[in-house]
Design a protein around this ligand. Structure first.
Ligand SMILES: *[C@@H]1O[C@H](CO)[C@@H](O)[C@H](O)[C@H]1NC(C)=O
Ligand SMILES: *[C@@H]1O[C@H](CO)[C@@H](O)[C@H](O)[C@H]1NC(C)=O
Ligand SMILES: *[C@@H]1O[C@H](CO)[C@@H](O)[C@H](O)[C@H]1NC(C)=O
Ligand SMILES: [Mn+2]
Length: 618
């Protein structure tokens, strides 16, 4: 999940292996150390798929920027906005005049080929002031031409794979915006116009959701009138939010394929044909591009990783998790082949227009944004379609640290109402799990009228949420009737297993597994799921993990790590001896020094006895 770690692990791979081989040839007497090194490097090769090596990374991600990758694509984490709001207690004095002026001032070579923009030091103060308007570096954006060049970030095999455009349906690209900056909005439009095969691009529809900026009115109409592709601007009379604005665009669309984009994207070559060809083959497919990163400070285009799929955590916040083991294997056969994803980020996707309306478009009761991506994902999967990511389609998206938008009614109210609707309509028993552990959403539960959406589900004869979990996301970490959910208590100390706290609210919480004083429910840090196959896991897709081999001499530490589906994360529990035995090493989970947990030869000792205390989840 941590893109920086992933990145450096991949980059270190090649030199590391060379070093190992040199050692090997020099030290003919095969020392134990060499063996260990070799084994290590082998393990690294197999776990970090070398065919997925990313050769092009324009800039290193900044410290806080990397946080975006975990939930990129998505305006997800409320906590994020709340945190950022503190900085806004002293907002700079942004006058109406400043807000309404278009400061677009392109310099021919700035941002060229996706390079970062450099602002001279004497302009830094001004730059900081302007940053607050859209919560990204507006001055940097305004210096980059609308038609800036970007590298072809696709895998070699994608570049050489040609798509037969004959007979493919054309798309309407729908871009909803609210007070977007001129340069980001129009760079989105120009990148669509310049990098889409003309025969596949029917038109561009801009939906202005009640923007107040003067330059987004007549000047925008005049600008788009000159584009070589039919482009219309639709306007709502009052703020209707993302869902209803997209619906307006969808109803007006003339193309057979609806392609939704955020208003601050840049499409790269090949992006559209890879999406449309999949939908043309099967109209029930919803296809997403790989979402690359446009840095909110420098506007550098940063290639992202293709080995993640979208899902969600116990709070129904969208997350990117490492692909399931089966999917990774399947991908090795052909890395250009699209792969299924349990959920989509929501901002960027293509689907058949008729299918969009047949399966119920969007839930019109959803306000502003948030949750609509999960709603559509569940609905498509449960009602017979599929959601996938096309690795040969790359679109850059500007990720911000906070939202510049106003939320009529408050962020929490809007988001949790939307999520409550998702749970009530699509999640069956798991809605009780969601409400039980998310009081903010539970409070809004009774205010939702979801009858028409339930009728839709009935009419389309959609499958259950259990089917979704079993078939679409078998690696899920939700509770279920066929598995344990609750606390894992040491019979020796009476303490409970607890997962580490993640760095920042969005990074996966990895670290040492510890036992600490048990707390009253609902403390989600102490709740674990044990699947029938023996995986002990918890929220955010982290699992109880220990080294694979019998290394009892060193008393290997037990950790909480990203779930990998490998043998090192399998355990078995005996209700007779209360032992939790690590499958691959045969050792037992034992309390160690301090709060730590270690593996030891099984002895039946009280330090190896664990009580699995079920907690009702629905
Ligand atoms: C902000 O600027 C305007 C115009 O320059 C001025 O009239 C107003 O007093 C300023 N407000 C603050 C809080 O500085
Ligand atoms: C962008 O447009 C300008 C002016 O029309 C042109 O001179 C320039 O070559 C274009 N740049 C790219 C990368 O196409
Ligand atoms: C492309 O597709 C069309 C229609 O499906 C077909 O007639 C044509 O032969 C194909 N062209 C190539 C080069 O495969
Ligand atoms: Mn966005």
């Amino acid at each position: 999940m941590d893109i920086q770690l992933l990145d450096s692990a991949v980059e270190m791979l090649a030199p590391c292996r060379r070093r190992v081989w040199r050692l090997w040839s020099v030290l003919l007497s095969v020392s134990a150390i060499t063996v260990v090194l070799l084994w290590r490097s082998h393990e690294e090769v197999t776990t970090s798929d070398e065919t997925e090596r990313d050769d092009w990374v324009a800039v290193r991600l900044g410290r806080d920027q990397k946080e975006y990758v975990d939930h990129r694509g998505v305006h997800v984490v409320v906590g994020h906005y709340m945190g950022e709001a503190n900085n806004l207690q002293n907002p700079p004095n942004l006058t109406e005049e400043l807000l309404n002026s278009n400061m677009f001032d392109p310099r021919p070579n700035q941002g060229k080929d996706g390079q970062p923009v450099v602002i001279p030091s004497h302009e830094l103060l001004k730059m900081q002031q302007l940053f607050h308007i859209n919560r990204f570096n507006l001055m940097a954006s305004d210096r980059i031409p609308l038609n800036r060049s970007l590298p072809d970030v696709r895998k070699k095999r994608c570049q050489s794979k040609s798509v037969n455009l004959t007979g493919l349906p054309a798309a309407t690209v729908i871009i909803v915006f609210h007070n977007e900056a001129w340069s980001t909005l129009l760079r989105t439009v120009h990148s669509v116009v310049n990098r889409s095969p003309r025969s596949l691009l029917q038109e561009v529809l801009l939906v202005d959701d009640a923007s107040t900026r003067a330059f987004l009115k007549e000047p925008l109409d005049q600008h788009v009138a000159m584009l070589p592709v039919p482009t219309r601007v639709l306007r709502t009379h009052e703020r209707v939010g993302l869902v209803r604005a997209r619906l307006l665009g969808a109803r007006e669309a003339r193309g057979q394929i609806l392609t939704f984009l955020d208003a601050h994207c840049e499409c790269t070559v090949g992006w559209l044909e890879s999406l449309i060809s999949r939908v043309a083959e099967d109209r029930t497919r919803v296809v997403c591009p790989v979402i690359d990163i446009i840095n909110d400070d420098s506007f550098a285009y940063v290639r992202s990783f293709e080995l993640h799929w979208g899902a969600f955590n116990w709070e129904l916040h969208f997350r990117w998790y490492t692909l399931g083991g089966g999917e990774i294997k399947r991908r090795k056969q052909d890395i250009t082949e699209p792969f299924r994803t349990p959920a989509m980020a929501g901002g960027l996707f293509a689907m058949d227009k008729d299918y969009f309306f047949e399966i119920g478009a969007y839930d019109e009761q959803m306000e502003i944004w948030g949750g609509e991506n999960l709603e559509l994902s569940f609905r498509v999967w449960q009602c017979g379609g599929s959601v996938e990511i096309a690795p040969c389609s790359h679109v850059g998206h500007l990720f911000r640290k906070s939202s510049p938008y106003t939320f009529p009614g408050g962020v929490g109210e809007v988001l949790y109402s939307n999520l409550a609707r998702v749970a009530l309509v699509w999640m069956d028993d798991w809605k009780e799990f969601y409400f039980k552990f998310n009081p903010a959403a539970a409070r809004l539960r009774d205010r939702q009228s979801v009858r028409s959406r339930l009728e839709l589900r009935e009419r389309l004869q959609c499958k259950s949420f259990e089917w979704y979990l079993d078939n679409v996301w078998p690696q899920h970490f939700m509770p279920k009737d066929d598995r344990f959910f609750g606390k894992i208590r040491s019979r020796e100390s009476g303490r409970c297993l607890q997962k580490p706290v993640g760095k920042g609210s969005i990074n996966q919480p990895v670290g040492s597994a510890t036992v600490v004083t048990c707390t009253a429910e609902p403390n989600l840090l102490q709740m674990f799921v044990m699947s029938p196959s023996g995986v002990i896991m918890t929220d955010e897709s982290v699992c109880l993990d220990a080294p694979e081999r019998d290394d009892s001499a060193r008393q290997p530490k037990v950790r909480i790590m990203a779930c990998s589906g490998t043998g090192r994360q399998k355990w078995s529990y005996s209700e007779q001896t209360f032992a939790l035995r690590h499958a691959s090493s045969g050792l037992c989970l034992s309390t160690g020094p301090d709060e730590a947990l270690i593996l030891q030869a099984c002895s039946g000792h009280i330090g190896q006895q664990w009580q699995l205390e079920s907690v009702p989840w629905k």
